[in-house]
Ligand binder design. Structure first.
Ligand SMILES: CC(C)(COP(=O)(O)OP(=O)(O)OC[C@H]1O[C@@H](n2cnc3c(N)ncnc32)[C@H](O)[C@@H]1OP(=O)(O)O)[C@@H](O)C(=O)NCCC(=O)NCCS
Length: 221
């Protein structure tokens, strides 16, 4: 029996004219871990408290890679149809550039997903952030039948806010949090299905089998 038969979401792939999102196999996963460990925040940029994505950001190799892997595997280990988080590797022109996450709680009832992402420093500011978000929104709205996609960013995270603004998200309040010992506002954003302006031209989703839908709490087509 193949792994994908037991754990069908590993077969999910989204392709758009700009980017390919897929669940990394073992070999690619090591590459993703190395990209994460090489850094996702520019030390010259003081506009952020660094968003603690997976807890690997402050340590050296190989501990950084190991922490990334723990974070990655924990998402699969904790997976339930009622609460899941899927980490998709992103390739542009065959080059691994980052990770696009999509998650949901009680998707079968709420039809709401939330997303997060990071891009290796060497590949930032080239439009990949927007391309990855467009691709995952295609999965959410066209593939899974989501009614809403949520996201959030620190009020100071200009690139992340710019990606959301470019894709038509609307403000949905703020949450005050503590980050690196400082009080910081997180801006919550939401994109309703009716406001999704994504084009499906040249986009395809594969692996959204009945088994994958069941794991995601997504309706059958
Ligand atoms: C947020 C992130 C994914 C954006 O990806 P990216 O590929 O760099 O972004 P893009 O090239 O698609 O640019 C998106 C927009 O941000 C703007 N932008 C990018 N970097 C910027 C910067 N350092 N300062 C200000 N604006 C910036 C771009 O000009 C573009 O704006 P536009 O649509 O008005 O042209 C990436 O910067 C990243 O991985 N950051 C570290 C991790 C992180 O913060 N993740 C999000 C947590 S909420």
């Amino acid at each position: 029996m193949e792994f994908v038969e037991v754990w069908p979401v590993v077969g999910l792939q989204v392709r758009t004219p700009d980017v390919e999102l897929f669940v990394p196999g073992e070999g690619t996963l090591v590459e993703v871990a190395r990209l994460a460990a090489a850094g996702i925040y520019d030390p010259q940029n003081h506009y952020l408290p660094r968003t603690p994505v997976g807890g690997w950001e402050d340590c050296e190799s190989p501990e950084a890679e190991r922490r990334f892997l723990r974070y990655y595997w924990a998402a699969f280990a904790d997976w339930r149809p009622e609460r899941w988080n899927l980490m998709l590797a992103a390739k542009v022109g065959g080059v691994l550039v980052g990770v696009q996450e999509i998650g949901a709680q009680d998707f079968a009832v709420t039809r709401v997903v939330s997303t997060g992402s990071w891009i290796g420093r060497a590949y930032q500011r080239a439009g990949h952030g927007k391309a990855m978000r467009r691709a995952v929104l295609h999965l959410a709205f066209a593939g899974l039948g989501a009614e809403r996609a949520d996201t959030a960013a620190w009020a100071t995270n200009e690139p992340s806010l710019a990606v959301s603004a470019a894709l038509g998200y609307q403000p949905n309040g703020t949450t005050t949090r503590a980050a690196e010992g400082r009080r910081v506002d997180q801006i919550n954003l939401t994109l309703r299905r009716a406001d999704w302006r994504g084009s499906s031209d040249g986009c395809s989703i594969t692996g959204l089998s009945p088994g994958a839908r069941a794991m995601l709490g997504a309706p059958m087509p």
